[in-house]
Design a protein around this ligand. Structure first.
Ligand code: SF4
Length: 304
């Protein structure tokens, strides 16, 4: 329940769920609709379905007793590697390493396993190596320790190695290369290219209209010329006319001149407009692409 709702809601709904389905057999006997109805508003409805199916499997294949082996628990619907390891360790004295991102990072550093910590290969190797260390009957303590160590000490960046109980055995630490292990490779920055049209709107007194971008989002607070993203195969002049109509509520006629620049960004409205003299434009912060347009406007032959 807590995956998709607040603790306050979970505290109310969990006892209510147990009142409705107080035993595994009462949950297994219930209709799917009744279970979904009781789950209403808690989100992630496939969890309710899995819970219900699991109750039926336990009733039918395990004589109503929750299975105690890792493989039987893992075979229940909705239970993955990590949850199965945690259940078998905490409830049945198992010793299966629970590999989440934090534990995989600790393992990769402790054993000096290079590679993408999210990959199946690195995780299998970490699981295999940790399994060799985890003592039977102490799985709950190991699980707790590994999870806490990964979350509180062996942080992705700037881990607290001097106070880590594993430091004398930790390969990454001994090599002085902690941040070379246990991290996903840096992703190249995502580029999104869009076609944007903007218009130079001049008043009779020569002042030009500029707009300030909103505080949230890309290039917050910078100024730019009014316009926006091209839609489909729209002609650029049409984009300009439409965007200005949508943003300012005015119809503009397009002049003869236009220029094309390459620049990628998203347009999400603006917070204010201002009419400014060309000579004043240097006082406003514009995105780099707009500087080319300003240079054009400032040319003497382009003055009204
Ligand atoms: S010594 Fe540092 S890198 Fe190694 S497990 Fe401890 S915190 Fe992580």
């Amino acid at each position: 329940m807590l995956v998709q709702t607040t603790v306050a809601v979970g505290i109310k709904r969990y006892p209510r769920f147990l009142r409705c389905f107080p035993t595994l057999s009462s949950l297994a006997r219930a209709s799917k609709d009744a279970v979904l109805k009781e789950w209403e508003g808690l989100g992630y409805y496939h969890r309710a379905r899995h819970l219900h199916e699991a109750a039926r499997i336990i009733r039918d294949r395990h004589h109503g007793a929750f299975p105690s082996s890792y493989s039987d628990i893992r075979a229940l619907p909705g239970i993955g590697d990590y949850a199965a390891a945690a259940i078998v360790n905490f409830c049945f004295e198992g010793n299966v390493p629970p590999i989440d991102t934090n534990v995989a990072r600790v393992g990769a550093r402790l054993f000096g396993i290079a590679g993408d910590v999210r990959s199946g290969g690195v995780r299998r190797e970490v699981r295999h190596r940790l399994h060799g260390l985890m003592s039977v009957g102490r799985g709950a303590v190991w699980t707790d320790a590994l999870i806490e160590l990964g979350a509180l000490v062996c942080a992705p960046r700037h881990p607290l190695c001097p106070s880590c109980p594993l430091r004398s055995d930790c390969r990454a630490y001994r090599q002085g290369a902690v941040e070379r292990f246990g991290l996903p490779p840096a992703r190249p920055p995502q580029r999104r290219e869009v076609n944007v049209a903007c218009g130079i709107i001049r008043r009779r007194d020569g002042r030009v209209l500029i707009a300030q971008r909103p505080e949230g989002g890309l290039l917050p607070g910078l100024w730019e010329f009014p316009g926006g993203k091209r839609q489909g195969n729209e002609r650029i002049s049409e984009t300009c006319r439409r965007e200005i109509q949508e943003e300012l509520g005015i119809n503009v006629e397009m002049g003869e001149r236009h220029m094309i620049l390459r620049h990628a960004y998203s347009h999400i409205g603006c917070q204010q407009f201002r009419w400014v003299r060309v000579a004043e434009m240097s006082r406003y912060a514009f995105p780099a692409a707009n500087r080319h347009i300003i240079a054009e406007i400032e040319r003497p032959e382009n003055q009204p």
